[in-house]
Write a protein that binds this ligand. Structure first.
Ligand code: PAF
Length: 278
């Protein structure tokens, strides 16, 4: 496995590898990332993982400085998972000058996560576009846990006609249903015990929709109230269309329930897809 720090070395190494698949990460790898790598591996002769904590996608009050940085463990996991190239750039490699050109995912950046985290998706799309230009993969894998991020990047690739296939991967969960996330380690033991409720609330809402309930506003309010009763501060729970995360109409059958909620000082996100019968 090659560990590469500069864009120049990366380009040189990948010149020999026109057939590469890419898993961008911010490091602190866990089983969710390893699943992305295992989806990537059989698709190409070279699997590239990037590890870069991207300042541009963090708000001023967010956890950029304390975001867990665990390089040695990340490298060991990549090696064990059969990764060929790990790209770990310093910030000046990705942003050698102030980034004045940015990608603005117009419709999606002001709703849901975008409303709670202004500029987040612009930061994500901008760094991913840069990483795509550096790695030049034919495919890239993104977890559906960050559902809106997946939609933003899928649409970016389509609208800019980038020759890259975006492959979504199912969310990996702990035995009690909590979606794996680097931020779970911020949870205190009592909050870790409470955290699986987020997914249970989503499952209960999905079951009601599948049983025929269409009072979406009531479902959303009940879900928020259930979380609030147990000490959460929900930012949103919203039933949306899978295609574009806009409001559901009577004809939509493929839905997704997305949520973000705070437990103590930790903000967790999750989602569940819902397929309705005609
Ligand atoms: O999902 C992530 O870890 C990040 O948002 C990404 C895609 C690596 C961009 O920094």
């Amino acid at each position: 496995m090659d560990v590469i720090h500069s864009v120049a070395d990366l380009r040189e190494r990948l010149q020999r590898e026109p057939n590469n698949v890419f898993v961008p990460t911010m490091g602190n790898l866990h089983a969710g990332h390893i699943q992305l790598i295992s989806i990537a591996k059989p698709r190409a002769s070279c699997t590239v993982v990037s590890i870069f904590v991207n300042r541009l996608q963090f708000g001023p009050q967010e956890d950029f400085e304390r975001y867990p940085r665990t390089r040695e463990s990340d490298f060991a996991q990549c090696r064990a998972a059969g990764v060929d190239v790990v790209f770990v750039p310093e910030e000046r490699e990705i942003y050698p000058e102030r980034q004045t050109f940015v990608v603005e995912p117009s419709d999606l950046q002001h709703i849901l996560e975008g409303e709670a985290r202004p500029k987040h998706f612009s930061g994500v799309a901008t760094v991913v576009l840069k990483l795509f230009n550096m790695v030049r993969p034919h495919s890239a894998i993104f977890g559906k846990k960050d559902y809106q991020q997946y939609i933003v990047l899928r649409d970016m690739v389509r609208q800019f006609a980038l020759p890259i296939e975006i492959i979504p991967a199912e969310t990996v969960r702990a035995h009690d249903g909590l979606a794996l996330s680097s931020r779970n380690q911020y949870l205190s033991p009592p909050h870790r015990a409470e955290a699986p409720r987020l997914y249970r609330v989503l499952c209960a809402m999905r079951d009601e929709l599948v049983r025929g309930s269409r009072d979406i506003q009531r479902l959303e309010l009940d879900g928020m109230a259930e979380l609030a009763r147990h000490g959460w501060r929900p930012d949103y729970i919203a039933v949306r269309r899978q295609a574009d995360l806009q409001a559901v109409t009577a004809h939509d059958l493929r839905l997704v329930i997305v949520t973000a909620a705070r437990l103590g000082g930790t903000r967790l996100i999750d989602n569940i897809e819902v397929e309705l019968q005609d």
